[in-house]
Write a protein that binds this ligand. Sequence first.
Ligand code: GLN
Length: 479
Amino acid sequence: MKTFLTIKELKEKLEKKEIKKEEVISFYYNRLKKYNDKLNVALEIFEEKDLDKNNKQGILSGIPGLLKDNISQKGKITSCASKILENYKAPYDATVTKKLKDEGTVILGRANMDEFAMGSSGEFSAFGITKNPWDTNRVPGGSSSGSASAVAAGLIPWAIGTETGGSVRQPAAFCGLVGLYPTYGSNSRKGIVAFTSSTDQPGPLTKTVYDNALLSSILMGENPNDSTSLLRPKVDFTKNLTGKLPKNLTFGVIKDALESDGINAEVKKSFELAIKQLEKLGAKIKYIELPDLKYGISVYFIVSRAEAASNLARFDGSLYGMRAQDAKDLKEMYIKTRHDGFGPEVKRRILMGNYVLSSSHQDAYYKKADHVRAMLRAEFEQAFKEVDLLISPTTTTLPFEIGKMCNDPVKMYWADYFTVPNCITGNPALSIPGEFSKDGLPIGFQFIGPRLSEELIYQVAYAFEQSTDYHLKTPKGYE
Ligand code: GLN
């Protein structure tokens, strides 16, 4: 079998009976086994005898995938790449897991990630760093590090990550993939370990826009058991992928994206080329200012820490996962469990979260952040009266070298400048590959849309993709 086939190509070959389901599954199973030592994409590749014999006929029959390890798979461990949940087994399938299985897929394992989805590099896993297949000295991005790296190396045709403030799109950009943050509430969070409940969303990571649209068509829809899920009718997002840009579209280029000196020059250059390409396809470009965008990081910093501190309070040794032994009383058991179980980045965030929620600081931090969040939302709404979609680079940096940023957490937080604001406001955004760096490293840019605009975003992104060849590039050494 050829490597680096897309879901679409696999489906065609299966339909024409050129390949068999079993062949496809064992092909990817063997690839994962072969390259996992090199890239550390999977925390677990299930035993062959334990693989689900999924005979359901559906969109993904015979097409295996990988799920980030904060998404529950019934009877399997869901560790969130944390020692505290190292042996915790999920009692049920997350809604997204169930939807994918109902379409006939076989999940081959659990993807590595930054602990509890907190990070932008894949370096904060308690079970080892994931590497970027384009250059194994570099990070694949995070927190959906294993999901992205595995798809980029062609070890699996698709994976699901989760995003709170960029964790699908940023690794997509660093690995040359397509990644979506859907309108908040479109994909159910049920069965996904909560980090920041008001922004968390699962999202697909794929080689192409078509594959991404196909997975979103499966994932989206109302879940009556999830009070934050939107009443959204099911849509086939692949239907309108014509390759043509819809007429009379105006794209708003976020001025900050080109003017700030915090952006890597090659990232900027790649983005400028993308703008030109969109113009060639017939789009109008308007340069607009979003003055509150710069507060995105601060708002995210406060809100995400506050919610993380609350959500992670449940991991104290009494209900889930690890429990410290030899404690003299209950309080000591809580303290020891949390001390031994959580890694440094998670602890930093819990401390910060409890601080901003403490009664003496709540008004100054959490309440204020909530207020600015509303301003940001209003600013996006205003922008979408003037333009159809916003565009910006996905990240401010190239995929950085392992070890370069993890000792400077604040610098790493700032690198999320472009991915955080729309998560705070709940707006959808899709990252796709643009021109690569001169050293052959992937660079992404993104479309940000009004709420529920995924159909348009996919149409536009597909037209761009089909007019370029970035999506056809593959890293060397994984043939
Ligand atoms: N990099 C961001 C953070 O560390 C985003 C994480 C995410 O989206 N899960 O918080």
